[in-house]
Write a protein that binds this ligand. Structure first.
Ligand SMILES: C[S@@+](CC[C@H](N)C(=O)[O-])C[C@H]1O[C@@H](n2cnc3c(N)ncnc32)[C@H](O)[C@@H]1O
Length: 860
């Protein structure tokens, strides 16, 4: 491994190895892999390893390849694979599985036998395993200039396509690939091909058996997108036979749950599944049936699905004051579903008795109270617990074992021990430990945890109003939950001590200073007085320029007034609220965007409301148009079209030059491309009222969608003949990389772009910029890259101060909300990007504090 970024080879393979925050990061075309340096080996490396064997193997291949760089041909064949549209549809393939690259070792089973080659394909394209398909192949082609072309367009018109249906075909194919490679070397144009390369096409076998019918639980299912409510639920399962192939299981879960429009965070490990989810209420019964049809869940979901009885109106869920608890469906392979820190796994099937909530309630009122242990962490027990319960006082779940051992050392082993936690999952592990490690014979745990207890009692009280007294909750205070709602107040009891004044309260949240973000209990008076911070020092940091992160606690604190003030020490303090005023002032004193753009914004809010904040907007739109008008040859590339706001601004700017030009824009989202298409077509009527009317018509139209790899092109005659090409692609980075190899085969001329706007997946900014800086086919020397959101709402400042690695709470559920964790992670990525690019000798950078931060990177 070497520090710094370097290109291993030109042409089709360009791995970069960079050191990022103490770990080495590999980027390899569309396939990215990360390998952690020894300093960071531990749970993350282990998790990564378990997660994806294929990625690790690719790393090994790459290392082997770089070690034998002069002799790469003897190490590996490269096979670029594409799957036909019929199979893609039928197998419901995800982005990565539609096309990709696999490597085949020379003299291996895979390079000499059909089954071996298929095994190699299945490791990457997992869904193909269970289907019958035909394989055909094509050798690299050479164009009229003698350069090698790896382009599907070369198939047809007399180009050779080979059937690959026997071991002999496979052996011949790779033999031909070597011949071609060696012949190319002799010709002397070897830089275009670095190893024996073939193109493989996977297509549906017309004689294959018909795919199985859709499962019964999907029969007559309502359309989940029309649901007026969302239901929150959680469940966990510890199947006795364990989950044998975790990656495969994740993939299957994703496929099974896709039709329901389910959102959530699901952890899958060999030991089981732990899920927190939101599901459209109108398909809940179908979803439940689906879960029970999955053998690893079904009867092993302890206490079934834990469903919140009060569904949330969809409007409030998606567009309410607080961000939605879940925005996506994340199904993550993990080494454990609850990180326990035990040396060896226990048998989770022997974990004491599951006590139903009503029995539990009765037992707690018995004359001789049992030992009652609250197995949650201190921040949870600090605001609520059962009467007479003993909190373990842990910071993380891992701390439980020593504390339990110590607390129970003198307790007779037949004494009843009762345990509880939020949803029950942690107590499975505690129960197993008490029974198997400490030898307790009478362990009971609260089935479904506090959540189930609270719900059961509420229902019982409704059924038996005369028994309200007997059924009043023995859990006092607030139950801390992990789905972004932070806490549910079960009774009015105030058990927590305010971190800043010591008064009793039941409010909890996180410190507003993102660099601290400590979980804390704080009363409402201090919440306001300390601007949502846990101490005066955090408050000073927060108000002196740090972004005001939205608090997870509902009562967000807004500072009143604002301005530049003099502190007692005489220094000038900067109040961040002034920044908003500055932005507003600059909008008021910039040229107004034509009417068309207001219509674009309105349509975006109508069709893609959750992303409506992503458009470039007024002042930035004007800046983009101005920069495009200065582009030397009028060629602009946009990565991330969304609904075409910036695309139109670029076209407008390029058009102002009057000499034609091209705006190529790339986007993965089907619907966004469809909406953008209308906006771009509206530009053909100009940017004034006509265009506005034209765009307005979209309200009554169905949005036409483009398929993967399809594009539409418009020539804007009224705008100096600018051509706008919008292309739908699953991975814009892969398109840029292809472009770097051979102008992308997009048929858009062999001229580099003057301006590239990088505004897509923020986690790969460095990769996008790297392609632009490294390849003069993508961006000309002297051209510029624009990168949006580089300030990440100011959170980059705090990110610069941090060097921790996330929540580390060890309870498997995470404690920070998903939103704040993601925000901090992205802030770190952005900060790292800003640091890296500033020191890149190939670039000249200006970071403008415009809106969310826009960097202009000129290629030297
Ligand atoms: C911030 S929005 C773009 C906004 C647009 N440039 C504007 O100024 O109005 C980012 C877009 O990038 C798209 N995107 C994210 N990752 C992508 C990828 N790998 N390939 C293509 N598009 C991607 C998203 O679907 C999203 O629509």
């Amino acid at each position: 491994l070497r520090l710094g970024s370097f290109r291993l080879q030109r042409g089709i393979m360009r791995p970069n190895i960079r050191k990022v925050d103490g770990r080495h990061r590999f980027c390899f075309g569309a396939v990215q892999s990360r390998l952690y340096s020894t300093a960071d080996m531990g749970k993350r490396a282990a998790r990564e390893k378990a997660k994806n064997e294929v990625r690790l193997r690719n790393i090994r291949y790459r290392e082997a390849s770089s070690a034998a760089r002069g002799d790469a041909a003897s190490t590996l064949y490269s096979a670029k694979v594409s799957v036909c549209p019929v199979l893609r549809e039928e197998l419901n393939l995800n982005g990565r599985e539609k096309r990709g690259r696999v490597f085949v070792e020379s003299d291996s089973f895979a390079s000499s036998s059909l089954q071996g080659l298929k095994n190699e394909l299945h490791a990457f394209f997992r869904a193909l395993r269970k289907s019958t398909y035909l394989l055909s192949a094509q050798l690299p082609q050479v164009n009229e200039d003698g350069e090698m072309v790896l382009d599907n367009e070369m198939i047809g018109d007399g180009k050779l396509e080979l059937d690959v249906s026997s071991d002999e075909d496979v052996a011949n194919l790779f033999k031909e690939a070597v011949n071609f490679y060696e012949a190319r070397q002799n010709i002397g144009g070897a830089e275009a091909i670095t190893r024996p390369t073939v193109l493989l096409h996977v297509s549906k076998d017309p004689n294959a058996p018909a795919p199985p019918p859709p499962p019964a639980y999907l029969d007559n299912m309502p359309d989940p997108t029309t649901s007026e409510h969302m239901t929150m639920l959680s469940f966990y399962s510890f199947p006795p036979s364990q989950i044998q192939d975790v990656d495969e299981f994740c993939l299957n879960l994703r496929r099974a749950w896709k039709p329901f429009g389910a959102l959530g965070r699901i952890y899958v490990a060999k030991e089981g599944v732990n899920a927190q989810m939101s599901v459209p209420t109108n398909v809940m019964s179908n979803f439940r049936e689906c879960c029970f049809a999955i053998p690893e869940l079904g009867e092993y979901m302890e206490n079934g699905l834990n469903i919140d009885p009060v569904p949330i109106p969809s409007k409030e869920f998606f567009h309410g004051e607080n961000p939605p608890p879940f925005k996506n469906l994340h199904i993550r392979p993990k080494s454990q579903i609850v990180a326990d820190g035990l040396d060896k796994p226990l048998d989770w099937q022997r974990a004491g008795n599951d006590l139903p909530p009503l029995e539990w309630h009765k037992k707690l009122q018995a004359d001789e109270p049992p030992i009652l242990l609250d197995c949650r962490n201190s921040y949870e027990t600090g605001v609520g617990k059962f009467v007479n319960a003993e909190p373990l006082g842990t910071d993380t779940f891992r701390d439980s074992w020593e504390i339990l051992k110590d607390r129970l050392k003198d307790v007779p082993r037949d004494k009843e021990v009762m345990t509880y936690c939020t949803g029950g999952i942690r107590c499975v592990k505690v129960g197993a430990y008490l029974e198997q490690e400490l030898g307790f014979k009478n362990v009971s745990r609260l089935a479904g945890g506090i959540i189930a207890y609270d719900r059961t009692l509420e229902k019982e009280r409704e059924k038996n109003p005369q028994e309200v007294e007997e059924l009043s909750s023995l859990f006092h205070g607030t139950n801390y939950v992990f789905d972004g709602r932070v806490g549910r107040q079960i009774t009015d009891h105030k058990l927590g001590e305010c971190v800043t004044c010591g008064n009793m309260t039941n409010l909890l949240g996180n410190c507003a200073n993102t660099a601290c973000h400590k979980r804390m209990v704080q009363c409402s008076a201090c919440l306001t007085g300390f601007d949502g911070c846990c101490s005066t020092s955090c408050q000073t940091r927060f108000v002196n320029g740090l972004a005001k992160s939205k608090r997870s606690l509902s009562s967000g604190v807004e500072r009143e007034g604002g301005g530049v003030t003099k502190s007692s020490s005489g220094e000038i303090d900067f109040d961040p609220s002034v920044f908003d005023d500055v932005q507003e002032y600059s909008a008021e004193h910039s040229s107004e965007a034509p009417e068309l753009y207001d219509a674009i914004q309105r349509n975006t809010e109508r069709y893609l409301p959750t992303g409506a904040h992503m458009t470039s907007g007024g002042v930035q739109g004007r800046l983009l148009a101005s920069l495009a008008s200065m582009a030397r040859s009028g060629r602009v590339l946009e990565v991330g079209t969304f609904t075409g706001y910036a695309t139109c601004a670029f076209a407008e700017g390029v058009g102002a030059g009057g000499g034609g030009g091209l705006v190529l824009t790339l986007e993965r989202d089907k619907l966004a491309v469809g909406v953008a298409r209308h906006h771009i077509r509206a530009l053909s009527k100009g940017t004034g009222a006509d265009g506005w009317k034209f765009v307005g018509e979209l309200d009554n139209k169905t949005v036409a969608e483009l398929g993967e790899g399809e594009e539409f092109a418009v020539s804007l005659e009224d705008l100096g003949g600018v051509q706008v090409v919008s292309r739908r692609c699953n991975d814009a980075l892969a398109v840029l990389e292809e472009m770097a190899a051979d102008w992308g085969g997009l048929g858009l001329g062999e001229e580099p772009f003057d301006l590239v706007f990088v505004d897509a997946d923020k986690t790969r900014l460095l990769d996008y910029v790297e392609v632009c800086l490294a390849s003069d086919k993508v961006l000309r020397k002297g051209g510029a890259i624009l990168v949006d959101n580089v300030l990440w709402k100011g959170a980059v400042i705090a990110a610069g101060d941090r060097n921790e690695d996330g929540d580390g709470d060890g309870d498997g559920g995470g404690v920070e909300t998903k939103q704040t964790r993601r925000k901090r992670k992205l802030a770190r990525i952005m900060h790292h990007f800003n640091e890296r690019i500033k020191t890149d000798s190939r670039a000249e950078v200006v970071l403008l504090p415009l809106r969310d931060g826009l960097s202009i990177i000129r290629k030297r």
